[in-house]
Design a protein around this ligand. Structure first.
Ligand code: F6P
Length: 409
């Protein structure tokens, strides 16, 4: 065969697993474009690892139009774990190996968080399958070893495609909530996804959330009392008598009846990676505020909104840049690695020279560091504001300031 391109005759397959984000299609498009240009035939594996089980479920992406702006994933997703788990004791990793050989896949790019890429790491270590991990999560909790330069010091943070788009959605949603909340002089408790990490909850601050609770800081009995004091103080301080409190879905909250720290689940059934599904803490906190403080409060679950809709510009540029790094790994046949940003840089500086590749063995969860949250104020710190400003720009919200003269009869 005449080899007019470097990787002619080779096949690269892409899969996406875990919760979707608005940036997955953008990642697929960016990796596909670059791999095809190098000469690879590019396959898409449907429904994450599931598409490599049984007979396999594979499509050809090489020469078809692919809309990377549309959120979600055209390759579909699942939380299938090929390795034994509490939910599924069977080891199905050999089926994956078998299909990789049967479909003659030379390189596998796995777009996922800790779970999907954790399984990819095991496939690489156990069978030597050439894998390249590609980060993805609105939770922003997959360790990328990215550094944030703040006041002359470097701090380890995380930057995953999907987070920026999710952050913009939460910012917009929070900014909108003020109008209804102010009209009723209420306390609104806004619940935000993020599983065991508070990265995404902090983005509500950019839409004007006054306080926040994160999973990394346990709300013990004493801290709960302190929280209620602060809620009352902040509510009374606001001339509009309105307060928005952002709470992470995975907040650890003291349960007065059970007399223990609790979490609120939408379903305690575990997925194949051992995770239950959170949901409902906002309602619990709102009703306790009502009861304890006598101030009208409501719970609002932002739910799937941060995961839904289009891929925003920062993510678009980030996915393209990380895909450039994938090219570098392919050219050097350097597998078992995941491209990441070395440091937090503003939109216009997201370029390949700011990237690096970390060993898949080093991936794992990375929660919000202490310095990014202000314990006394129940709020994110200036350090977090600086981090997020690089990614989504300045906090913004409309204000309606009126001074109606009072009429005296
Ligand atoms: O991990 C991403 C995530 O969106 C979490 O923030 C959330 O807890 C979970 O997925 C929800 O999963 P599902 O899509 O299964 O409801």
């Amino acid at each position: 065969m005449k080899k007019d391109k470097l990787f002619a005759g080779k096949t690269l397959a892409i899969l996406s697993g875990g919760g979707d984000t608005p940036a997955i299609n953008s990642s697929i498009e960016a990796v596909r474009n670059r791999a095809a240009m190098l000469g690879f035939k590019v396959y898409g594996v449907l429904r994450g690892w599931k598409g490599l089980l049984g007979d396999g479920d594979i499509v050809d992406l090489t020469n078809i139009p692919y809309n990377g702006i549309y959120g979600g994933t055209g390759l579909l997703s699942s939380r299938t774990n090929p390795f034994p788990s509490k939910k599924n004791k069977e080891d199905r990793s050999e089926q994956i190996l078998h299909n990789i050989q049967r479909y003659k896949i030379d390189v596998l790019v796995t777009i996922g968080g800790d779970d999907t890429n954790g399984a990819a790491k095991k496939m690489y270590e156990k069978y030597g399958i050439p894998v390249i991990g590609f980060p993805k999560t609105i939770d922003n909790d997959l360790r990328t070893r990215t550094m944030h330069l703040y006041q002359g010091k470097k701090h380890e943070v995380v930057l995953c495609p999907g987070f920026a788009s999710g952050a913009i959605q939460i910012k917009k949603m929070t900014a909108k909530l003020h109008t209804t909340n102010e009209s009723h002089q209420r306390i609104m408790v806004l619940e935000v996804m993020g599983r065991d990490a508070g990265w995404l909850t902090g983005t509500a601050m950019f839409g004007g959330a006054h306080m926040a609770l994160i999973p990394e800081v346990i709300v013990t009995k004493e801290r709960k009392d302190f929280f209620f004091e602060k809620v009352k103080e902040n509510y009374m301080k606001n001339p509009k008598r309105s307060l928005i409190i952002a709470v992470a879905e995975g907040v650890r909250w003291y349960n007065d009846e059970k007399k223990e720290i609790d979490m609120v689940y939408a379903s305690s059934e575990l997925d194949e990676y051992g995770h239950p599904r959170f949901g409902g803490i906002s309602g619990v906190i709102a009703s306790e505020i009502n009861k304890k403080l006598g101030i009208e409060a409501r719970g609002q679950i932002s739910g799937y909104i941060p995961r839904a809709g289009k891929c925003y510009e920062y993510d678009r540029r980030l996915t393209s840049t990380l895909a450039d790094k994938v090219v570098d790994l392919l050219l050097r046949e350097d597998y078992g690695k995941m491209p990441v940003m070395k440091e937090i840089v503003p939109y216009c500086e997201v370029e390949e020279f700011h990237t690096t590749a970390i060993e898949m063995g080093n991936i794992g969860n990375f929660p919000l560091p202490n310095l990014y949250y202000n314990l006394n104020e129940f709020q994110f710190s200036d350090q977090y504001v600086d981090f997020l400003t690089n990614i989504i720009g300045e906090p913004y919200r409309m204000e309606f300031n009126h001074h109606f003269p009072i009429v005296i009869p």
